[in-house]
Design a binder for this molecule. Sequence first.
Ligand SMILES: Nc1ncnc2c1ncn2[C@@H]1O[C@H](COP(=O)(O)OP(=O)(O)OP(=O)(O)O)[C@@H](O)[C@H]1O
Length: 231
Amino acid sequence: MLKISHVNAFYGTSHIIHDLDLEIRKGETFCVLGRNGVGKTTLLRSLLGIGVRTTGSIEFQGHEIDRALTHDRARRGIGYVPQGREIVPGMSVLDNILLGCNARTDRKTDVPPLVWSLFPFLKDHLGRRGTNLSGGQQQQLAIARALATDPSLLILDEPTEGIQPNIVEDIERAIIALNRDHGLTIILVEQKIRFARTAAHRFAILEKGRVAAAGPTSELTHELVHRHMSL
Ligand SMILES: Nc1ncnc2c1ncn2[C@@H]1O[C@H](COP(=O)(O)OP(=O)(O)OP(=O)(O)O)[C@@H](O)[C@H]1O
């Protein structure tokens, strides 16, 4: 579904991602792991064309997208839940969700029913400012906004980082359901090994912008985790 070949990414003269090759298969959840600062978010930003100079090839559903603008990538079916959520201040919950609808090719402005079935509480808060929700609720809103784009690939950057524990489980359950019950292909950047093992089919661990280890999640051994993820 997504094929990344010889991708390099740069901020100015800082070379962050080095000659990376990855292939994400349709229907899987693929987890990108690694310590802080190894380039996980930068890799996602390269995939989305946000604020990072990228070379190499990024092929999504058979089309080269590495020169496409971010909103074109969204229209092609890539949904993104950024680290830190980026809920738009001053906008209501509903308007934040509708922002996602803008990226749809079918021009539909109705919110997909899936959003309400996954996060029913949002319906009771449609008129509230998005930024007045709790951190965990904002994360659910960010996922709802990404789902409103009607994506076939959903990319999530550390979706439960800094979220209160009682909502973490809800978010994790929703992510698993999106893949298993609704067939979404998912790329998950994660630091929580337990959730990576539960949710993902395959993984890659990054070290200094390169793939240090990769394989099916059954091969994500304690030894690998210790070698590449312990501080
Ligand atoms: N906008 C930027 N300009 C310059 N350097 C940046 C920028 N954003 C990130 N970096 C640097 O790029 C490197 C990779 O950062 P990145 O955020 O991709 O790592 P990460 O693996 O996602 O880490 P974390 O888990 O902390 O989010 C780091 O050295 C970081 O300081």
